[in-house]
Write a protein that binds this ligand. Structure first.
Ligand code: FAD
Length: 311
């Protein structure tokens, strides 16, 4: 809830267990509800001008970006990987194809991608791999699961995603939550740059596959002309929508994650990233949060007001 006269927010409104709206006054509000919810709550609260892709004006919802992924699954009949003794996040990364590490221009794209392999925990369902053409149930499926469990490794790529004028978040004109508030709408598709980069990275993965010489491998790699498919899991590293910047006409926040239009509102999270630069976001989210918290503690609390001038 925004106080128009002194450019501050007054607090938050929430619903209690009985469904009643409660106003909680606050001297300072920190919005940190995951990038998509940050954007939705800003839009629902009407704080900051919503982005309009037609006129290229407004700020809330712009610069939404994602990541583009690809993977290959390698089967080795004579090797046992023991996936059940692994920690979920353990793995290896090749960073030689990340942004600014090589000349991407000659390959027809900007950005970059890391290649990784993880030895995920051998969960009862997630770790089951069967060769193409295997039925999804019955004795043949059981036979293939027995023969293939622990004989697979994966290679994956996770790539950059630039922000584009026609990729954005706004409030859905049709769908609402049970309280009658609009849901968030994502307008998104892959661009040629993403698909060209993925093609290049798939070729790099195939070089590794050729060296490792599995008995066979399968590929899940996006092709030129493919469209974004929200029905399958790819990445939850969503960024942008309430970005930081130096110009209030193109950003929601200043570099201290402080809202340009309400100096006692700080918005933490990957919604502040202007582009998605491929690496997993949480380390940077934490670093920016510490950075913002330091400036709140050392500068803002004693002297509340904008930490950066608007000009
Ligand atoms: C399946 C999955 C795998 C991931 N793997 C990785 C990874 O390997 N590496 C990596 O770097 N990142 C990963 N991420 C991303 C990572 O989870 C996020 O970057 C990180 O959690 C963001 O931190 P946050 O504080 O911005 O949001 P969150 O951690 O999502 O915290 C937001 C909090 O706000 C609460 N909230 C939301 N709305 C409201 C509301 N209206 N009122 C009150 N509370 C609210 C939520 O319940 C939540 O507790 C993954 C995410 C998912 C979903």
């Amino acid at each position: 809830m925004k106080h128009e006269e002194d450019e501050t927010v007054k607090g938050v409104i929430y619903r209690d267990a009985d469904g009643n709206e409660v106003f909680q006054p606050a001297g300072m509000v920190i919005l940190a509800s995951f990038p998509l919810s940050n954007v939705r709550l800003l839009l629902l609260s009407e704080i900051g001008e919503p982005y309009d892709p037609e006129s290229n004006t407004g700020v809330v919802g712009r610069n939404f970006s994602y990541q583009i992924t690809g993977s290959m699954d390698l089967y080795f009949k004579d090797h046992q990987f023991n996936p059940f003794i692994s920690a979920g996040g353990s793995g290896q990364v090749i960073d030689d194809f990340s942004p600014d590490t090589f000349d991407t221009e000659q390959h027809g794209f900007i950005g970059g991608s890391y290649i990784y392999t993880t030895q995920g925990p051998g969960g009862a369902i997630g770790a089951l791999r069967t060769p193409p053409g295997t039925p999804q149930w019955g004795s043949e499926w059981k036979k293939q699961v027995r023969e293939h469990y622990g004989h697979h490794m994966m290679l994956g790529t996770t790539g950059t995603n630039m922000s584009y004028r026609d990729v954005y978040l706004d409030l859905d004109p049709t769908y609402k939550d049970p309280h009658g508030d609009p849901l968030l709408r994502m307008t998104y598709d892959w661009k040629d740059n993403d698909l060209r980069m993925t093609e290049f990275m798939a070729a790099r993965m195939r070089e590794i596959v050729a060296q490792l010489q599995p008995d066979y491998h399968t590929e899940s790699v996006k092709q030129r002309g493919d469209h974004f498919d929200p029905s399958s899991y790819q990445s939850t590293h969503l960024t942008g929508g309430a970005i930081m910047g130096t110009d209030p006409k193109t950003s929601v926040l200043n570099r201290y994650l402080q809202h340009w239009d309400a100096h006692n509102l700080f918005v933490m999270g990957a919604s502040a990233f202007p582009q998605n630069m491929q690496h997993n976001p949480t380390g940077t989210v934490a670093a920016l949060t510490y950075w913002s918290a330091q400036h709140i503690r050392e500068r803002y609390l004693d002297n509340p007001g904008p930490l950066m001038s608007r000009s």
